[in-house]
Design a protein around this ligand. Sequence first.
Ligand code: PPE
Length: 305
Amino acid sequence: MPITPTPHIWMNGEMVPWEDAKIHVLTHTLHYGTGVFEGIRAYETDDGPAIFRLTDHIERLHNSAKILDMPMPYSVGEIVEACKQVVADSGLDACYLRPIAYYGYGEMGLATSECTTDVSIAAWPWGAYLGDDAVTKGVRLKISSWTRHDHNIMPPASKTTGNYANSTLAKMEAIRAGYDEAIMLNSAGLVSECSGENVFVGMGDRLVTPPTSSGALPGITQHTVMAIAADLGYEVVVGDMARSDLYTADEMFVVGTAAEVSAVNSVDDRDIECPGPRTKAIADAYADVVRGRNPKYRSWNELAR
Ligand code: PPE
């Protein structure tokens, strides 16, 4: 998806003009995939632009770094403030934010003990990740031939840049085969997650979502949706599923910061009711929560200015 520039990118504490925000070709992370990042959305609210669950995202960034054994030069609070500064500077009411921490230029080789961690934060407008019709018409999913990372290969709970080579393999295979998105199983054959979203499946009177132990990212949207679903009176279960559970699902949707709540209309060409009643209710409630229209969750709307 093409990026629309905004005036500045925050780099190690400086607001750098967008076109000057460059790094050296011998940047360590470019070679070894040793970075950690976040994807966050800011939404227009009655009180101005608010960054949804900003602090939770930056705490996850710190956890991702900790899993990778990467020292973080800025505290959660400092990065939170920097993100607010970037959104305010962008002049946008709604945008996508991409903080990334990476080992910079100066050292080569796999040992990172002498590396320094650089941090940058960019913001730009980003529309519907899985297409404008994703909530109403739904997306077509394909079970990937690629397996989701194992915990002892690359911890999937860390949003590490290198992990996304696995997601890109799965995504491109699905797109080439004419589908919208890939869903990955783990090495035990159980449902894990999509290339960039967590999964919810309506089965009877329950909504089931795979646990972090399945190899899924501990999704912030997943957590939000679990709270909203409970408010709406649905029983939500965190549990394992086989691919056949997807084929016989009553309804299904995928969730993520970029994708928000996107309905699923088929898995491996087995049709699924779309959008199902729970999907519609949850997508509507999510749209309200992120825009500060639900007083219960107002503390999740962190004002940028
Ligand atoms: N799983 C994966 C693999 C993932 O990348 C995301 C976010 C999620 C689950 C959902 O997590 P959360 O955003 O906390 O609800 N995917 C990001 C898009 C990746 C991309 O750059 O493309 C996102 O939604 O920002």
